[in-house]
Design a protein. Structure first.
Length: 100
């Protein structure tokens, strides 16, 4: 059964080590229910890697575009807030969620 994980923070810090063990979500059902789904965006490389580890998608996976967005956390200071916003906006526009 194909699944993805979500986590919950144990503390109020943005440190990824404070996450409780993640619980799987049923991505396969999501894809089947929303057949027009064309893009899945991940907040950070860690989320993308977890998805790759857990999701062994079949034919429907071939039609999805996978996008890794920079973490929105202030702890992710490798890129500026303006650059994060630009990358998020570009991904949303490309996915067709917002119209220009």
């Amino acid at each position: 059964h194909n699944k993805f994980r979500t986590g919950k923070r144990k503390a109020t810090t943005s440190d990824d080590t404070t996450f409780e063990p993640p619980k799987p979500n049923d991505i396969q059902s999501l894809i089947q229910k929303y057949q027009s789904l064309s893009t899945i965006c991940f907040i950070g490389a860690k989320a993308y890697k977890e998805f790759q580890t857990l999701f062994k998608g079949g034919e429907e996976m071939q039609t999805l575009e996978l996008c890794v967005l920079p973490s929105s956390s202030p702890a992710n200071c490798r890129i500026s807030l303006d650059e994060k916003v630009k990358q998020w906006q570009d991904a949303i526009l490309k996915a067709g969620v917002l119209l220009e």
